[in-house]
Design a protein around this ligand. Structure first.
Ligand code: HEC
Ligand code: HEC
Length: 336
């Protein structure tokens, strides 16, 4: 009788507490949604800078992803970020120069956004300091989306789903503040570091590269070509601004447009070569259609422009060496 009573008491108290436990569980589940999102970084990659006021959460990333693919961001609702940054091309464009609303032609080739989180100064001239500020540029550029940030935010704030997503991501109504941060958050998750080269170099899987690719790798990291003097390190770029002798005369002043320095004229950011197989056409103006043409350019030692970096000089490569270099570059493609 007595023990029965005890059991009853126990059951009662569980009953009493179960409500509290349920509330606690709910609390943890909702916390879980707001919990910081851990970027999946390959162990040999650096850690990206993430601004304190835009830490990553699932809700922010999901909102940014929806915005990235939404043509409602452009004035005439025909162009989204993905219209020039194709997911299948490592988020680059297939056209030499991108076309925006009314098929207006831009002045540069759209670069890949894979691993954009690591780029210290954005754009080929390094003119934009971070991904949040960057958003304003394609939005307001008349040759891209041609829409004021304020107007785009106002249009989207009329959408109930965006309002709902905005409140759960940033605890506030949809606004320019939310628009730029969510897009930046999404882009920071575009990371690719699982190429065959990565498996070969960092996971010791020596069968990942063919003999030709391994010969190409040796050429690439060798003073015979100097490629890795500029395309260095794990991201295959030192992020410097250089002239690689692309043209005899340039239409675009490049870095000098930002710094106003004579010395920076016709210099462009050294691009990462990760996923370069997918990012044709090449260079700031898309002037080379394929990697064979790029290698031929370097083999000839560039066009001998006055600003050309002296590391670019005739290489006297054999046909086999050229093919090996191309093969190596194609081993840098991220695999899912
Ligand atoms: C009409 C084509 C077009 C559209 C639309 C477009 N972009 Fe771009 N994007 C470009 C071009 C071209 C560049 C290179 C500009 C330069 O370097 O001067 C670029 C550069 C960038 C960069 C810098 C990358 C780097 O490595 O420096 C980021 C980030 C970016 N775009 C994100 C976006 C986002 C986000 C959107 C949507 C809000 C967007 N783009 C819409 C064409 C486009
Ligand atoms: C002096 C520094 C320097 C050296 C050395 C160098 N590059 Fe480059 N590379 C650049 C710059 C700068 C660009 C971008 C130029 C532009 O945008 O017009 C570039 C662009 C490229 C591109 C085009 C990438 C894209 O997405 O458009 C490829 C491919 C490339 N280089 C491969 C190589 C190879 C292979 C070698 C060695 C044979 C090499 N580079 C040597 C500075 C260099």
């Amino acid at each position: 009788m007595k023990s029965n009573y005890k059991i009853k008491l126990l059951q009662n108290s569980i009953g009493k507490y179960s409500y509290a436990i349920f509330i606690l569980l709910l609390f943890f589940i909702s916390c879980d949604q707001e919990k910081g999102y851990e970027l999946e970084l390959p162990s040999h990659f650096p850690t990206p800078n993430i601004p304190a006021d835009n830490s990553l959460t699932i809700n922010r990333i999901n909102l940014g992803k929806k915005l990235f693919f939404d043509p409602m961001l452009s004035k005439d609702t025909t162009v989204s970020c993905a219209s020039c940054h194709f997911p299948t091309q490592a988020f680059s464009d297939t056209l030499p120069l991108s076309r925006g609303i009314h098929r207006n032609l831009g002045k540069r080739n759209a670069p890949s956004l894979l691993n954009v989180a690591f780029v210290p100064q954005l754009f080929r001239d390094g003119g934009v300091p971070n991904l949040e500020i960057q958003v304003i540029s394609p939005l307001e550029n008349p040759n891209e989306m041609g829409f004021k940030l304020r107007d785009a935010a106002e249009r989207l704030s009329e959408n109930d789903l965006y309002q709902k997503m905005s409140k759960s991501a940033y605890q506030r109504e949809f606004s320019p503040y939310v628009l730029v941060r969510a897009l930046a958050a999404y882009q920071r998750t575009l990371i690719g570091g699982n190429s065959r080269y990565d498996l070969f170099q960092f996971q010791n899987q020596k069968d990942q590269l063919s003999e030709g690719e391994q010969r190409g790798r040796q050429l690439f990291f060798n003073q015979k070509t100097n490629c890795s003097s500029c395309h260095e390190g794990v991201l295959f770029t030192n992020f410097a601004f250089e002239n690689n002798g692309l043209h005899e005369t340039y239409k675009d002043v490049g870095r000098a447009g930002v710094t106003m320095k004579q010395l920076d004229k016709f210099k462009f950011r050294v691009p990462s070569l990760r996923n370069v197989e997918l990012t044709a056409p090449y260079m700031h103006d898309g002037s080379f259609a394929n990697l064979e043409a790029v290698i031929e350019h370097y083999n000839q030692g560039g066009k001998q422009h006055l600003q050309q970096n002296p590391l670019i000089r005739p290489l006297y490569l054999t046909e086999r060496e050229k093919a090996d270099l191309v093969a190596f570059l194609k081993s840098l493609t991220h695999q899912n």
